[in-house]
Write a protein that binds this ligand. Structure first.
Ligand code: NAG
Ligand code: NAG
Length: 443
């Protein structure tokens, strides 16, 4: 009895089989006369057939092969081989077949069959018993009486070997093809995914799949773009949005003060002004709007950025009030002899830093007598050279701002008109008391 329980390299297999043949019972033994009832190792006497019969050690010896070894029964013995090992049984080979294994008695079955217990011929599963010569690259298929070797799917027979088919050569894929042993796989460029047929590539809508855009996402073929709402700009990372500081872009966005806000900006105005058309500041006329706190004996005077309450009765002795803004010095009063006959109160407002010279107020004589001549001058006040009078003609003159002034500031100027009539030897003087408010701003 021969056992080979070691790991056998394939090239040794034929040699082992020959050894096995030598060790097996010789055909003469099995053809001994009936009187012999003893058989050599690996055979047992079958009284029914009156022959020595091979013992299938793989079935009768528990754990005939240890571990991962597979047991292969043979006439007169058995083999333990690695599961991957193939026993070369060159029944189907192209070379000259080796002599058939000597059997205890002639095999009554055709090639590819073997007798079973009942002496009927059953197919030998050459694939299962590793009695085939399929290459490792091939698949063995058992057939009645024989077997055949085929190539697995994705392989093609070239000569004796199965060779992987390079499916990528046949342009199966829309974008990229990766050949794999026995198969292939299509791949898509970034931004695309395999379509249902596993070959074409369809655009991925990254915006629906959590694209990292902070504000707005636009899908496009193969990619996506992030955009920002108005008032934001895209960060250089391409995803996040940064607030634009509009105020830093231009100092002309707002007439007074620009305040940056997330996504926008707003203009603010100083006290006494209201926002006009989002960027301009307009003086609030507190006298018109009723915001003023002036009493009933006062007159409300509006100016750029505020208002003033002035006493309605502003006439000082020897003047007497004749109307809301007009005081007269009665000629009957001796104190009035050297005084202007009347004082009229007027108020006006100008902004800071006006370009100069600037005409700011025109004085007009109300009545002209034939042959009369009117002269105009700044009689008193805190002008300090900031204003001068330009005579236009006999009946009118212009108050001119001579220097740029910055408010808040207040001038009170007595503008005198002297009327002379040489024919009638007449001379008269009246005063316009003008209060000029200079606002704090240029608007
Ligand atoms: C595409 O590939 C998937 C995953 O491998 C598979 O389940 C599916 O059957 C394939 N579809 C087609 C049309 O080949
Ligand atoms: C202005 O006064 C002068 C001098 O009296 C006179 O000659 C002239 O006609 C007057 N002009 C007008 C427009 O009244």
């Amino acid at each position: 009895m021969l056992t080979f329980a070691s790991c056998l390299p394939g090239s040794l297999l034929l040699w082992l089989l020959l050894l096995l043949h030598l060790g097996a019972a010789s055909p003469q033994d099995s053809e001994e006369p009936d009187s012999y009832t003893e058989c050599t190792d690996g055979y047992e006497w079958d009284p029914d057939s009156q022959h020595c019969r091979d013992v299938n050690e793989c079935l009768t010896i528990p754990e005939a092969c240890k571990g991962e070894m597979k047991c292969i029964n043979h006439y007169g013995g058995y083999l333990c081989l690695p599961r991957s090992a193939a026993v070369i049984n060159d029944l189907h080979g192209e070379g000259s077949p080796p002599p058939p294994p000597p059997a205890p008695h002639p095999n009554p079955c055709p090639p590819g069959y073997e007798p079973d217990e009942q002496e009927s011929c059953v197919d030998v599963d050459e694939c299962d018993q590793a009695l085939h010569d399929c290459r490792p690259s091939q698949q063995c298929h058992n057939l009645p009486g024989s077997y055949h070797c085929t190539c697995p799917e994705g392989y093609r027979k070239i000569g004796p070997e199965c060779v992987d088919i390079d499916e990528c050569r046949y342009r199966y894929c829309q974008h990229r093809c990766v050949n794999l042993p026995g198969s292939f796989r299509c791949q898509c460029e970034p931004g695309f995914q395999l379509g249902p047929n596993n070959r074409s590539c369809v655009d991925v809508n990254e915006c629906d799949m959590g694209a990292p855009c902070e504000q707005r996402c636009f899908n496009s073929y193969g990619t996506f773009l992030c955009r920002c709402h108005q008032g934001y700009e895209l960060h250089r990372d391409g995803f996040s949005c940064n607030d634009i500081d509009e105020c830093s872009y231009s100092s002309y966005l707002c007439q007074y003060r620009c305040v940056n806000e997330p996504g926008r900006f707003s203009c603010h105005c100083p006290q006494g002004y209201q926002l006009l058309a989002t960027r301009l500041c307009q003086d609030i006329d507190e006298c018109e709007s009723g915001e003023h706190q002036c009493s009933e004996t006062q007159t409300c005077v509006n100016y750029h950025g505020g208002y003033r309450c002035v006493d309605t009765n502003r006439c000082v002795e020897p003047y007497v009030q004749v109307s809301d803004n007009r005081c007269l010095c009665p000629t009957s009063n001796p104190l009035c002899r050297e005084q202007p006959s009347s004082i009229v109160h007027r108020y006006m407002s100008i902004t800071s830093e006006r370009s100069v010279p600037a005409d700011v107020f025109q004085i007009q004589a109300t009545s002209v007598y034939p042959g009369a001549y009117n002269a105009f001058q700044i009689r008193a006040g805190n002008s300090q050279g900031d204003f001068y009078i330009r005579q236009i003609n006999n009946v009118s003159a212009m108050l001119v701002l001579a220097r740029p002034v910055t408010g808040p500031r207040e001038y009170v100027l007595d503008l005198e008109m002297v009327t002379m009539n040489s024919l009638m030897s007449y001379r008269a003087s009246s005063v316009l008391r003008l209060t000029v408010f200079v606002g704090a701003y240029t608007f």
